[in-house]
Design a protein around this ligand. Structure first.
Ligand code: EPZ
Length: 417
């Protein structure tokens, strides 16, 4: 298994490009299954998860044709099973369920199972689809779903603003018979991007960007071309990299608007951010001070930025309270950061971070995508060498991470394992 070695202490200076959002690309690829025509996605990031989703969609019989940073998806579905071998590698595989039911009225999708950060149930996806007329039976670790008469519109109230459930139900509703309302819908920018793409494919959706989506089903959708929105989590991650090293970096393509609560937290910690010529310029000229963060559905502070922000707070002056309200086990970066000299104490869903003057490099273990990158951030600021193991987690969500950081002066290299 590859490892990454970082020799910390270099303030980052330079520019790096922000890619298309992984968490927009995955549902958008599933949306390509809603029509036989071709959906042309642009600004596609080169990530392991994109390759996994491509393989999953292709084994449903739908042609997936990459061409540089463009991906074209479309064609008839001739297999309605999403096998455990693929689904277990990537939970977002569950996003083919809605499109399969909407297009061919049946699906056999492996339950994703849990992952390191939590049990990750999909009950909200299934309940919503049942309200739309699907008959669902769980057997042998699979979701066996059928809608022989086709899906029909329904009024769905999500008890929690689930991102994946909102995406699955939105896609299913575009081809359902009648009107579907999704109340307490998640409002993440990736959902707005999916809805925008569906509209260009001929879907009828109102309330995009709000917590109430109203969809009038249509008989069929047609092809379209859609550029994937910039990755706000990648943007926030590299903003933390600039801040933790005390440098100044131009994040080309980064959008301040989508950083929302992350920008507010970074600014209160002493980080300066300004938009200039299509780039987000992030700099930290003076000291960092502790700032609190509580993860919440958008527009709150995103859970996918919690680990990165905690790494930053570990070298801030003063204390910071970081509270995780979305997932039940998303503090696995804490013991690894503490091995690097951080002073973090976890009490239930909250962690109190007491800033230290500096971190020291160490061999550390990655456990999930965002915990992995928080260890890279800590390594950039630490004295000496940090070796991050199991970097396959990173490759799922960060394209060319070492090259982007080395391009801004970081002393970082991948050691093939
Ligand atoms: C999406 O996961 C993202 N993944 C996650 O990013 C992100 O952390 C999460 O949204 C929250 O923003 C993709 O977009 C591919 P949820 P998802 O449904 O859809 C509970 C990353 O690092 N829940 O909003 O799975 C669930 O257990 C990944 O890029 C149910 O109880 O998130 C969790 O506690 C990690 N029942 C909470 O809701 C359900 O049916 C949030 O889940 C669905 C969810």
């Amino acid at each position: 298994m590859d490892r990454i070695r970082i020799r910390g202490g270099q303030p980052l200076h330079g520019a790096l490009h922000i890619g298309g959002a992984k968490n927009a690309a995955l549902p958008l690829m599933a949306a390509g299954m809603l029509t036989d025509d071709r959906l042309l996605l642009g600004n596609v990031p080169r990530l392991a998860d994109i390759a996994t989703m491509s393989a999953l969609i292709a084994q449903h019989g739908v042609a997936v044709v990459p061409d540089g940073r463009t991906l074209s998806i479309g064609g008839p579905i001739d297999n309605t099973e999403a096998p455990y071998e693929i689904v277990r590698k990537m939970r977002a595989s569950i996003l083919v369920l809605g499109p399969l039911l909407a297009r061919v009225r049946e699906a056999r999708v492996s339950l994703p199972g849990g992952c390191a950060i939590g049990t990750r149930p999909v009950d909200l996806h299934l309940k919503g689809l049942e309200q739309m007329g699907a008959v669902i039976r769980l057997e042998g670790g699979y979701v066996n779903a059928a809608a022989p008469g086709g899906l029909r519109g329904a009024v769905i109230v999500l008890p929690f603003a689930s991102v994946g459930a909102t995406e699955n139900l939105l896609m299913a509703a575009t081809l359902a018979d009648g009107r579907t309302e999704i109340a307490n819908a998640a409002r993440e920018p990736e959902i707005g991007d999916l809805a925008t793409c569906l509209l260009t494919m001929g879907a009828r959706i109102e309330g995009v960007g709000s917590d109430k989506l109203v969809v009038d089903g249509v008989p069929r959708l047609h092809g379209a071309a859609h550029p994937i929105v910039a990755d706000r989590i990648e943007t926030g991650t590299y903003a933390c990299a600039a801040a933790i090293t005390g440098g100044e970096v131009r994040l080309v393509g980064g959008q301040l608007a989508h950083l929302g609560a992350v920008a507010a937290a970074l600014r209160s910690a002493g980080v300066e951010m300004t938009e200039q010529d299509g780039a987000l310029v992030v700099r930290r000229a003076h000291g960092l001070h502790g700032a609190d963060a509580m993860t919440e559905p958008y527009p709150g502070f995103p859970t996918d930025m919690q680990a990165q922000f905690m790494a930053l707070m570990s070298v801030a002056e003063g204390a910071a309270m970081v509270t995780e309200t979305i997932f039940e086990n998303r503090f696995m970066h804490v013991p690894e950061l503490n091995r690097m000299g951080a002073n973090i104490n976890v009490h239930g869903a909250s962690a109190i971070v007491r800033g230290v003057r500096g971190l020291s490099g160490a061999p550390v273990m990655a456990t999930d995508l965002r915990a992995s990158v928080s260890l890279v951030l800590a390594g950039l600021a630490a004295r000496g060498d940090t070796i991050v193991n199991r970097v396959y987690h990173l490759d799922r969500g960060y394209e060319a991470l070492e090259q982007k950081l080395a391009g801004c002066g970081a002393d970082i290299e991948r050691i093939p394992g």
